[in-house]
Ligand binder design. Structure first.
Ligand code: SF4
Length: 343
């Protein structure tokens, strides 16, 4: 793989403001009451509630569908509801708007941004493309609608390798914006002409290879599931290849891939290397298994901004709405459709 591009712009950490995580004091009865009211309003508004795997537990519980970016996009694309309440982050609601221009897409809190999406502006992408004429741009779904509109393909962690493999081998690929996923996909596909943009997610970057090694050493039977956005992914993959990490217990998986893996695995204990919201659904689906976070501090404050109260307000007022302008949506649609086709 070529050297990553270093763009001398504003440091990534200065491009976004992390919201404070609200500590909620609702009793179980109050939670149930709010969830019941949300279900009533969803019916009244002919609305569907989609929630990402990293959402708060009580938000996941009230959702019509819980999943990863790919699954949520698929659900948005096929829904017949008039309103989509998107419990995720801004770029996800934008993707829903790209796919459903005739629907009202609500994001209950506009502070739900994403550090990874903030790492790449449209100007930076255009500048980068100009340096590599003829290159194909593959954009991870964690990008703004404007960036998607400038890209040839969109992908999620679930299908990034397949998308890259579908592009003719002689074509140079600019992979944006995640350097960890880019490096992982280049290794997986043995692609030498993939150049990864140097962005990263501030949450996944904190998941380090030392934490992974310590977890595997202290629990000889535990299986390790690593999301490819993690800061440790390339070094873990190298360690699997040179035998330092046990191949039979180490798996690189998207969040939905983790659910499938657990269903098929005989293991009783799993170490989970991603945002800790994942543990809730895993524990509900597999109550007889044990799930441990590799880094218990891997919490996405953006994802946690959405609360039951904000969903209620959003359904009552039909705001805040996310609407991608028609021309941007039309141009981004080609890349997003390719993401949905290659699964
Ligand atoms: S976990 Fe990282 S990539 Fe996912 S929404 Fe939060 S900041 Fe973005």
């Amino acid at each position: 793989m070529s050297e990553p591009l270093v763009i001398s712009q504003l440091p990534y950490e200065e491009r976004y403001t992390l919201p404070a995580i609200e500590r909620l004091a609702d009793t179980p009865e109050q939670v149930l009451h709010k969830q019941t009211r949300i279900r009533e309003l969803l019916r009244k508004r002919n609305a569907v509630l989609l929630a990402h795997n990293y959402q708060r537990d009580e938000v996941q519980e009230v959702a019509d569908f819980v999943g990863d970016s790919l699954g949520l996009s698929q659900q948005a694309a096929r829904t017949e509801s008039d309103v989509i309440v998107f419990c995720g982050v801004h770029f996800m609601a934008e993707t829903a708007s790209i796919l459903c221009q005739d629907k009202t897409v609500l994001l209950p809190d506009l502070k739900a941004g994403c550090s990874l999406a903030a790492a790449l502006s449209i100007e930076e992408l255009r500048e980068w493309k100009a340096k590599y004429p003829g290159a194909v741009v593959v954009a991870y779904v964690n990008t703004s609608a404007a960036v998607k509109a400038e890209s040839d393909y969109c992908c999620t962690s679930a299908n990034a390798a397949k998308v890259v493999a579908s592009i003719p081998e002689d074509k140079e690929i600019l992979f944006v914006p995640d350097k960890f996923l880019g490096a992982f996909v280049a290794l997986q596909t043995k692609r030498k002409n993939l150049i990864a943009y140097p962005g990263y997610c501030h949450v996944h970057r904190t998941i380090r290879s030392g934490q992974v090694t310590a977890m595997l050493e202290s629990r000889p039977e535990i299986e390790l599931m690593i999301h490819p956005e993690c800061g440790c992914v390339s070094s873990c993959m190298t360690k699997v290849l040179d035998g330092t990490l046990p191949q039979r217990r180490t798996f690189f998986l998207s969040t939905e891939g983790m659910f499938r893996h657990v269903q098929e695995s005989p293991a009783k204990q799993f170490a989970v290397a991603t945002e800790i919201g994942m543990l809730h659904r895993l524990r509900i689906q597999q109550p007889d298994r044990d799930f441990l976070p590799v880094n218990p501090d891997a919490v996405c404050a953006f994802m946690k901004t959405i609360t039951l109260d904000k969903i209620l307000r959003s359904l009552e007022t039909l705001s805040p709405e996310i609407r991608v302008p028609a021309e941007t949506a039309r141009r981004a649609r080609r890349a997003v459709d390719r993401m949905l086709e290659i699964v």
